[in-house]
Design a protein around this ligand. Structure first.
Ligand code: WT7
Length: 585
């Protein structure tokens, strides 16, 4: 399959010769489409019930299992230790039907919250999609979360059920008695019936393979995902069934999925990228997806591409940088010629990453894509048919109006830096912040949806990311709220106060850095810092702990007592400290 001719011409920008692309891009004629496209056109990509209702999971699994794709492989799951399972759409259909019946038997009602807390495995996809079929609001949870993170999410959402496994369930028990709404714990593996755990395997054996996927109002909810903001606990971002319209459209137009593709998204289902582009969108297009268990390992990643002949690959800048750091000899050992298009998301993609890919992946560059948990699908992107300007996020999807505005909502002149905003109303936009209308309202100002990012637009209409307008930390592409880390820190007996910032890092984009004030009687030492790090990992999450800790005498605060993270950051990075008039000295 190796191309004899180069698909791309090097230059300032990465130009593309469409005649030489292996497959014709699904989206062609961007400029015209931007003018003519209507969202109602995209609704035709989806099957609707005759009563006008819809179910996203019906589109993701059922319609393929009941049609021509019945025997097609939906999932190639590689557990990372050489065990590969191939599951057809029909098998996925039967498994999700069975688990939907299990949920129905437990008495789960429409729109109740069902959490899925599992390592990457076929059961993860099955339970997530089955919950949606049964009309519940499915909520996947990242397997690195500890008890505090679990409690915050289950408590806020009033979750009635959690599907987990023998290992992960141990992190639920420390907070079990703080979760009055949680009725059912389903365990994959060895369930302990004395503790009231329900055995996944036993229930599945007894369940019927027939289930009538619930007909949902397009505005009813399919899933929710907790994400971090500047202040407060993580918030539940809620998505409607109608989102599947745009999740399907972008999988075709942006990821350029074609029927014969083998596609691999490296994100965990605990993050929005995993949910939308590692499950919903690509399967709605009827494409074969590869899933990989275990930890990040460059050898295994390249081997996976070679073994399963992956054509389309969606990953993240930190992973790209980690692969780059391993050198070019490693990829040269593998046959990676199956790759056709590559994508990245989550944080700025360095121009070097785009160019490195040209060298090691037979002239295939990474296409940067921009979106958020709240946007529900890709909104700004580099399309396969378009030249890439390395370092740019690309252009808005047809149907999306994106601008750079000031605090009053005035559109700024071309080239100016400002708030990146989107005109509300796209199909996959979040519908609520769970239980928190005022938080939701904060996003919507002056007739725009404020993304919290700053950016600028160049003369040709390409968008360039500048930074976050708030204190949210992006570390290895994952979104962490400083408040959550500060809260976990002060639970440690040696810490009385904590301020947390993101500190730029070559590999991870940012690392989490904490400034702490010690309680009387404690002295600074490496052991103490290590102990504090371990404590945060154990309580909050394996990835959301401070890699650097500075002990300080006091933290800069406003007169109302708020920690001035902006000032901590400016001091740390040697930047101008700006307005300090509210500083309490
Ligand atoms: C934030 C959203 C939805 C994908 C995973 C992240 C940052 C996202 C890019 C990009 C620079 C990016 C933004 C955004 N971000 N994509 N291509 N270039 N920054 O979802 O966890 O909700 O985070 O990630 O700051 O607001 P998320």
């Amino acid at each position: 399959m190796k191309d004899e001719t180069s698909e791309l011409i090097h230059g300032e920008a990465v130009e593309k010769d469409l005649a030489l692309l292996r497959l014709k891009p699904n989206l062609q004629g961007y400029d015209k489409l931007r003018k003519t496209f209507k969202w109602s056109d995209a609704e035709e990509l989806i099957d609707w019930y005759p009563d006008g209702k819809v179910n996203s999971a019906y589109n993701v699994i059922d319609r393929h299992a009941l049609g021509m794709n019945k025997d097609k492989i939906a999932l190639i799951h590689d557990d990372g230790q050489g065990n590969v399972q191939k599951i057809s759409f029909e098998e996925m259909y039967r498994e999700t039907n069975k688990f939907a019946n299990v949920l129905a038997k437990l008495g789960i009602r429409k729109q109740e919250r069902v959490f899925v807390f599992l390592q990457r495995s076929p059961e993860l996809y099955v339970s997530f999609l089955a919950a949606i079929k049964a009309g519940a609001i499915a909520s996947p949870m990242f397997p690195a979360f500890g008890p505090d993170a679990i409690r915050d999410r289950l408590l806020d959402s009033g979750a009635v059920a959690i599907v987990t496994d023998t290992e992960l369930v141990k992190r639920v028990y420390p907070v079990r008695n703080q979760l009055p709404d949680l009725k059912h714990i389903v365990v994959v593996g060895d369930a302990n019936s004395e503790l009231g755990e329900i055995s996944y395997e036993a229930e599945m054996r007894a369940a019927s393979e027939n289930f009538e996927t619930l007909h949902m109002n397009p505005e009813e909810f399919q899933f929710m995902l907790y994400t971090s903001g500047t202040t407060g606990k993580p918030k539940g971002v809620v998505h409607a069934h109608k989102g599947i319209v745009q999740q399907t459209l972008t999988s075709r137009w942006v990821l350029d999925l074609h029927d014969e593709d083998v596609y691999w998204c490296t994100a965990d289902l605990g993050w929005i990228t995993g949910v939308v582009y590692g499950c919903l969108g690509p399967w709605s297009c009827g494409v074969t997806q590869v899933g990989l268990g275990g930890r990040f390992d460059p050898d295994r990643w390249y081997r996976l591409i070679e073994d399963h002949r992956v054509n389309v690959w969606y990953t993240a800048p930190t992973a790209v940088r980690m692969l780059m750091a391993k050198g070019d000899d490693l990829p040269a050992k593998y046959d990676l010629t199956s790759l056709r298009v590559l994508y990245s998301v989550g944080e700025p993609l360095n121009p070097e990453g785009v160019k490195w890919a040209l060298d090691v992946f037979d002239n295939k560059p990474f296409h940067d894509t921009w979106w958020q948990t709240e946007t529900g699908s890709i909104l700004i992107t580099n399309f396969p048919e378009m030249p890439i300007k390395p370092g740019s996020m690309g252009k808005p999807l047809p149907g999306i109006e994106a601008e750079i505005v000031d605090e009053e909502g005035n559109v700024l002149p071309q080239g100016h830096e400002g708030n990146l905003v989107i005109r509300p109303g796209w199909p996959s936009m979040m519908r609520q912040i769970w239980n928190n209308q005022s938080k939701y309202n904060e996003y919507l100002r002056n007739g725009w949806y404020y993304t919290g990012d700053t950016a600028q637009i160049d003369k040709e209409g390409y968008f360039w990311y500048v930074g976050r307008a708030d204190d949210v930390i992006k570390t290895s592409g994952e979104r962490v709220g400083p408040f959550e880390v500060e809260s976990a820190l002060i639970e440690h007996e040696a810490v009385v106060e904590a301020g947390v910032i993101g500190k730029p890092d070559q590999l991870r984009g940012n690392i989490i850095k904490a400034f702490i004030v010690l309680a009387p009687g404690y002295t600074e030492s490496d052991e103490l810092k290590k102990d504090i790090q371990k404590f945060v990992k154990g309580h909050l999450a394996g990835h959301a702990y401070p890699r650097e800790i500075d002990v300080v005498k006091s933290l800069p605060k406003t007169r109302s007592g708020k920690i001035m993270r902006r000032l901590l950051r400016a001091r740390e990075l040697g930047l101008p400290t700006g307005d300090t008039s509210t500083l309490e000295e």
